[in-house]
Design a protein around this ligand. Structure first.
Ligand code: DTR
Ligand code: ZN
Ligand code: ZN
Length: 293
């Protein structure tokens, strides 16, 4: 079994034991320890960044996990992130064990490489599944306060990459109806993934960012941002069904935010395609970031 499928199986086993991976719960702690152990075996140090969530008056502590390459200037950092928490009451395998596992694979591959020119930083965000993405918001605010946000050249978000009625989606940096101004430079990230898929004859579509995930604080702070997405509750179009197969007019992920978002309801081939793209991005940019300039 591939490493990334193995990670998903482990996340499912933890959900079987704890029920879910909701922020501030034992299920989240178990998943975090798993990520930390994997990073350690890959030779990457990680740290927990704790913060307080105030969810309509209910306060609790949780944390992000941050890991980065030892090499590369810390004034020029490329970041990739995936939220590790899930909704209460379900295993959250597509949302977002899939992104967390894909990121773990990219980090593991990069950890084994000995020449890194540019620093790559990985983040497993806590507490995304709220009205606001608390973990990434806290992280961006913290960097802003330290005057370090300038050091982040780009951010790539990975949230839901194994949907069963999938599209291969790249965040649309040219969206005309985006609810926020899209930072300059975001188009280059989109182009990078487009070129990667085109070179492999893999069809892809530009997807709505929705601003519904951890990309939001980065976009707000004007950091060039991109991401990969295979779909949540929105319906697949007829054109998308022609291109990718699957069922037109049905949700791209019919089990989005339900207890059935489990290992039986993910598409592993789709996960492999997206994991390949994320790993390619991390390993390419670690050597050469000219495609982002
Ligand atoms: N709201 C996110 C899932 C989600 C829905 N649309 C997009 C677009 C881009 C990234 C993520 C999403 C969640 O439930 O985590
Ligand atoms: Zn969600
Ligand atoms: Zn999500």
């Amino acid at each position: 079994m591939s490493r990334v499928h193995g990670h998903l199986q482990e996340f499912q086993a933890m959900a079987d034991e704890h029920g879910d991976r909701a922020a501030g719960t034992p299920g989240y702690e178990a998943a975090a320890q798993y990520v930390e152990r994997q990073l350690e075996s890959a030779g990457l140090d990680s740290t927990r960044q704790y913060f307080t969530v105030d969810d309509d008056g209910e306060e609790f502590e949780t944390f992000n996990i941050i890991a980065e390459t030892e090499q590369g200037s810390d004034e020029e950092v490329i970041m990739l992130g995936a939220h590790l928490d899930g909704v209460p009451g379900g295993p959250g395998i597509n949302d977002n064990a899939s992104g967390a596992a894909a990121l773990l694979e990219a980090a593991t591959v990069l950890g084994a490489q000995d020449t890194v020119t540019n620093r790559i930083r990985f983040a497993w965000w806590g507490a995304e599944e709220f009205r606001r993405p608390h973990g990434s918001r806290h992280y961006v605010r913290d960097l802003e306060e330290e005057d370090e946000l300038e050091s982040v050249l780009a951010y790539v978000n990975v949230d839901m990459v194994a949907s069963t009625n999938p599209v291969i989606g790249v965040y649309d940096a040219q969206a005309a109806d985006a609810s926020m101004d899209i930072p300059e430079g975001s188009v280059k990230i989109m182009r990078f993934f487009a070129d990667y898929f085109d070179a492999r004859d893999q069809p892809w579509v530009a997807t709505d960012w929705d601003m519904a995930s951890d990309q939001r604080p980065f976009v707000r702070a004007d950091v060039p941002t991109g991401g990969l997405f295979t779909g949540s509750g929105e319906r697949k179009s007829r054109r998308e069904a022609d291109v990718f197969g699957g069922t037109a007019k049905a949700p791209r992920d019919p089990n989005y935010h339900t207890p059935q978002d489990d290992l039986d309801n993910v598409d592993l081939e789709t996960l492999d395609i997206m994991t390949g793209a994320i790993t390619h991005a991390a390993t390419t940019w670690a050597r050469d970031s000219s495609s982002l300039e």
